[in-house]
Write a protein that binds this ligand. Structure first.
Ligand SMILES: Cc1cc2nc3c(=O)[nH]c(=O)nc-3n(C[C@H](O)[C@H](O)[C@H](O)COP(=O)(O)OP(=O)(O)OC[C@H]3O[C@@H](n4cnc5c(N)ncnc54)[C@H](O)[C@@H]3O)c2cc1C
Length: 343
């Protein structure tokens, strides 16, 4: 992982990874079909269909009715006891239970097939770029996708300018992607925080439908998979393996409570980091400077890889705080903030 500051200072950011640790890069089309076939081989009946509406039950134990269309033509319905809405940021399941809205960022990326010699550079390398040119509040990226790269960016503050920022990241990596062939363009909303409601009756939301994407890194795949598993386990446990009807209290106790206990602090911490470090070019220079510090790298990757806020050593933590303050002062952030306070 290499991170580039607004003035293009580059810092290698994976020096502390152990030999068995890595940052996974994947293609969703491959992962999704792998997950679908694994679900089928574990006994799930996969119905490739578009859900069009969900009727809520007339009584606490009556079934939900899911209406769906097969091959854009055939209308069908299915009666079910429990619904887990894993249908992304525009979730129809969320709408059907009145789960409320969340603020969204937009992420945009272009999949580009590079000439072999240019692809060789990205074979084992992911790049992050920060700066007002690539995003006012997020980062731009070049991520390797096996035989091509994804070049993209995101923003919440200035969604109408997303194409401008995409041009910004393309310009920054111009010489590295020159001669590449555009093979796919993708753009999608990314939730900024959880929905006001994630469980109602026997319906639960997971992944983007619930709003589980971390600020700062924009990571949502892990949390989508993990929340699906926690929620699935909750249903199995509360229904005693499918023999007992569950209710909203079961889902709150076995899913939401466990999820929030495990991850709320991680989400809050990354929200804070984004607000401190992505706000201006001076703060981004400080961020990249800090990323060069081995202790910062180790703490970051331990938190990222194991999804727990890493426990540090008191002396090193104090040093990290001092370094952070030092970088912010040097890059004129705290100085200006202090001036603002004095004035
Ligand atoms: C450009 C971009 C880059 C990203 N990069 C990263 C990254 O590098 N790392 C990372 O961790 N996260 C990344 N994210 C975020 C990540 O993609 C999401 O957080 C993650 O995909 C959420 O998974 P999900 O299963 O909850 O939702 P989704 O991946 O959106 O899946 C929802 C599924 O539900 C289906 N669906 C929706 N409505 C219906 C319906 N009515 N009927 C039937 N099916 C329906 C959809 O077809 C889809 O298959 C990125 C997002 C974008 C947009």
């Amino acid at each position: 992982m290499r991170i580039f500051s607004p003035s293009n200072i580059a810092v290698d950011f994976g020096k502390t990874l152990k030999s068995n640790e890595f940052i996974a890069m994947l293609r969703r089309e491959v992962l999704d079909s792998f997950l679908r076939s694994r679900a089928a081989s574990a006994g799930a009946t996969v119905i490739p269909a578009l859900v069009t509406a969900i009727d809520l039950p007339p009584s606490p134990t009556a079934p939900y009715t899911i209406h769906y269309t097969l091959q854009n033509t055939y209308r069908r319905s299915l009666a079910v006891d429990v619904v887990i809405g894993a249908d992304g940021a525009n979730s129809r399941v969320a709408k059907s239970i009145g789960a409320g809205d969340y603020t969204c960022a937009i992420a945009f990326q272009e999949r580009i097939k590079l000439p072999d010699e240019k692809m060789a550079y990205y074979e084992n390398l992911a790049e992050m770029y920060v700066g007002n040119d690539v995003s006012p509040d997020f980062y731009g990226w070049v991520f390797p996708k096996c035989d091509h790269v994804a070049v993209g960016t995101g923003t919440v503050r200035s969604k109408q300018d997303i194409k401008l920022y995409q041009k910004g990241i393309r310009d920054r990596v111009h010489h590295k992607i020159k001669g590449g062939k555009l093979i796919k363009v993708e753009a999608h909303p990314i939730p900024e925080h959880p929905r006001p409601l994630r469980v109602r009756g026997r319906v639960a939301l997971v992944g983007d439908a619930a709003g589980y994407v971390t600020k700062c890194s924009g990571e949502g795949i892990y949390f989508a998979a993990k929340s699906g598993r926690v929620c699935g386990n909750a249903v199995v446990k509360a229904s005693e393996g499918g023999y007992k009807m569950i209710d909203e209290c079961d889902l709150r106790r076995e899913y939401l409570k466990i999820w929030d206990k495990e991850y709320v602090n991680t989400f809050r911490f990354l929200d804070l980091l984004q607000r401190v470090f992505y706000g201006s070019n001076a703060a981004r220079e400080a961020l990249v400077e800090l990323c060069g510090d081995e202790y910062v790298q180790r703490m970051t990757f331990e938190s990222y890889l194991y999804k727990k806020l890493a426990k540090g050593r008191v002396f090193d933590d104090a040093k990290m705080v001092m370094n952070t303050i030092g970088s912010l002062v040097k890059c004129n952030i705290l100085g200006r903030k202090m001036e603002g306070l004095i004035l």
